[in-house]
Design a protein around this ligand. Structure first.
Ligand code: MG
Ligand code: ZN
Length: 225
C-alpha cells in the first residue's frame, strides 16, 4: 500500500508540473532546474551566467533551500527578480512549490528562469517541476565519483556542469574518470568544465543555453510528407 500512496503523490505532482509548464510556455520562458550537492556552486553559476547573458535575455530565479534567504538576497543584490522557497524539512522542491513561486515573479519580464533546487543529489531528480531542462552541477572538491554514486541524477540531466576547476591542482580529481562515469549513465548530455570564480569555460555553457532558448523560439515546422 505504501508504494501505491507514493505513486499517487507523484502523479498529483506531475499534474501541477504540467500546469507550471503551460504557464511558463505561455509566458515564453525557458526554465532550468539546477540540481547539485550543497555548496557545488549553483548560486555562483546563476550569477556568473547572468553576467554573461545578453541584455535581451533577462533572467529570473527561484531559490530553494531548507531555510534562510541568503541565496535569494545575494541574487536580488544583483538586480535579478528572485523568490525564495523555504521547504522547512523537505529535501527537494516539488511542483506545487514552483506554482506558488511563479505567482510571485514578474513573468512577463523574464525569458530564462533558473530554479535552484535544494542541495541534494537524490530526490530532486524524482520530482517534475514543469521546467524544460534539468542540469546537474558537480564540483571538483566533491570528488570524481559522483556520477557513479548518484547515477539517477546524472542519467536524467540534459547537461552537466563541473564547477571549481580553478582548484583542480589542489584536489586529487580525475576528470577522465568523472567523464567515464557520466557516460556510463548518460551518453549524450554535454559536459561543461568551468570555474565560476575565474570565468574559465563559462562561454560554452552560456552558448549552449542561448541555443536552447533559440530552439524554443522557433515555430515548429510541419514535415513535408
Ligand atoms: Mg545556493
Ligand atoms: Zn527530497
Amino acid at each position: 500500500m505504501k508504494l501505491k500512496v507514493a505513486k499517487q503523490v507523484l502523479s498529483a505532482n506531475d499534474a501541477v508540473a504540467a500546469q507550471n509548464r503551460a504557464r511558463l510556455d505561455a509566458a515564453g520562458i525557458l526554465a532550468v532546474n539546477l540540481m547539485a550537492s550543497p555548496g557545488a556552486g549553483k548560486t555562483s553559476l546563476i550569477l556568473a551566467t547572468a553576467e554573461r547573458l545578453p541584455n535581451a535575455v533577462p533572467i529570473g530565479v527561484i531559490e530553494g533551500d531548507l531555510a534562510s534567504r541568503i541565496d535569494a538576497d545575494l541574487v536580488a543584490a544583483h538586480g535579478i527578480p528572485v523568490t525564495q522557497i523555504n521547504t522547512g524539512g523537505s529535501c527537494h522542491l516539488d511542483a506545487p512549490m514552483i506554482q506558488t513561486a511563479l505567482e510571485q515573479l514578474p513573468l512577463e519580464g523574464i525569458r530564462l528562469l533558473f530554479i535552484e533546487n535544494v542541495g541534494n543529489l537524490v530526490c530532486p531528480a524524482e520530482f517534475a517541476l514543469g521546467s524544460h531542462l534539468s542540469v546537474v552541477v558537480a564540483s571538483v572538491p566533491e570528488g570524481h565519483d559522483k556520477p557513479y554514486k548518484y547515477p539517477g541524477m546524472f542519467a536524467r540531466s540534459d547537461a552537466v556542469v563541473l564547477n571549481k576547476t580553478d582548484v583542480l591542482g589542489v584536489f586529487d580529481f580525475d576528470l577522465a574518470y568523472f567523464e567515464r562515469g557520466l557516460r556510463m549513465v548518460n551518453p549524450s548530455a554535454p559536459l561543461f568544465v568551468l570555474s565560476c570564480r575565474t570565468g574559465q569555460g563559462l562561454d560554452g555553457w552560456v552558448t549552449w543555453l542561448l541555443h536552447r532558448l533559440d530552439d524554443r523560439a522557433k515555430p515548429s515546422i510541419p514535415t513535408a510528407s
